[in-house]
Write a protein that binds this ligand. Structure first.
Ligand SMILES: NC(=O)c1ccc[n+]([C@@H]2O[C@H](COP(=O)([O-])OP(=O)(O)OC[C@H]3O[C@@H](n4cnc5c(N)ncnc54)[C@H](OP(=O)(O)O)[C@@H]3O)[C@@H](O)[C@H]2O)c1
Length: 277
């Protein structure tokens, strides 16, 4: 039941109909009995800045931002948190005291999901290898460095993009044309390889140490070929759906004033219709 004082938030994207976020926040709103709503907000790129101002004028608490607006969202913010500076993109807006504040929760979501799925993993335990150098690689790499990961190697189809990301990140980051798995404590796939409709990710996991963790941020299918290969080798395997769920927590807490949890029911409601393999 909505009232005259309902709290409102939503997701700005173009298109946005495919987004699972309304389902996700909808379940949390029901669970917490909150008088509020989270709406899909399809906005053309050229209307983005006006749309954000209008949402603030209409009393929205804030919004998530997805493709293609994540970089444009920077420009509309009065204040940008370090998470967004590091990630080079904003995915969460909070309207507070007449100001628009931007953050990026992808790195938080990745780490929270990793800690959930592989509780024994420690950032400082050893080097991490990241496949890919796109938007999500940047957020994840920054989060791993900030968490204390001693060394990162980026491996990307387009090496120049990985070099540029390494420069933007600073710190112990190198670029390689083959994944150095022999001493890796963590392997992360941030490319779209392995996603339904995309070519498979071809990588031999044999050189990984026995305690290594393998994470894939692709979540369609839920059990990618990479995750299946990791499990077959007896390694801890962390799926991409959990990152999607965890990255939503800070926004929900800021807009609706409750700390939501990620659990099996949420996974089922948000990802139950995603093919397993
Ligand atoms: N679980 C989650 O919450 C979550 C969040 C965000 C994204 N994702 C998923 O993560 C993936 C990447 O997203 P993104 O936003 O980072 O995309 P992006 O910025 O477009 O980056 C895509 C990356 O994939 C690489 N790539 C694409 N096709 C390739 C191919 N055929 N062979 C080798 N490399 C290829 C690109 O390499 P080049 O630089 O050479 O083009 C680039 O490194 C997508 O599948 C997306 O659905 C999941």
């Amino acid at each position: 039941m909505l009232t005259g004082t309902s709290r409102l938030a939503g997701i700005l994207g173009w298109p946005v109909a495919h987004s699972r976020s309304p389902r996700l926040h909808g379940l949390w709103l029901r669970r917490h009995g909150i008088d509020g709503a989270y709406l899909p907000l399809p906005v053309r790129p050229e209307r983005f800045a006006d749309a954000v101002r209008s949402l603030a004028d209409l009393g929205f608490r804030g919004a998530n931002v997805t493709i293609p607006h994540k970089e444009a969202a920077f420009a509309v913010c009065d204040q940008v948190e370090p998470s967004a500076e590091r990630a080079g993109a904003v995915n969460t807006l909070v309207f507070r005291d007449g100001r628009t504040c931007g953050s990026n929760t992808d790195g938080f979501g990745f780490l929270a999901n990793l800690r959930d799925g592989a509780p024994d993993w420690r950032a400082e335990a050893g080097p991490a290898v990241i496949l890919g150098a796109g938007g999500s690689a940047r957020a994840i790499a920054a989060a791993l460095l900030d968490a204390g990961c001693p060394r990162l190697t980026l491996v990307n189809r387009t090496p120049a993009r990985a070099e540029s990301l390494a420069r933007a990140l600073g710190g112990p980051v190198e670029v390689a044309d083959r994944a150095p798995l022999g001493d890796a404590a963590l392997l992360v796939n941030t490319t779209s390889l392995g996603m339904q409709g995309q070519p498979p990710l071809e990588i031999d996991l044999a050189p990984l140490p026995t305690g290594a963790v393998v994470a894939d941020i692709v979540y369609v299918p839920r059990e990618t070929g990479l995750l299946a290969a990791a499990r077959a080798r007896g390694l801890a395997a962390v799926d991409g759906l959990g990152m999607l769920l965890h990255q939503a927590r800070p926004g929900f807490a800021a807009w609706f004033g409750a700390e939501p949890v990620v659990d099996a029911e949420l996974r089922d409601v948000v990802g139950g219709d995603i093919p397993t393999r």
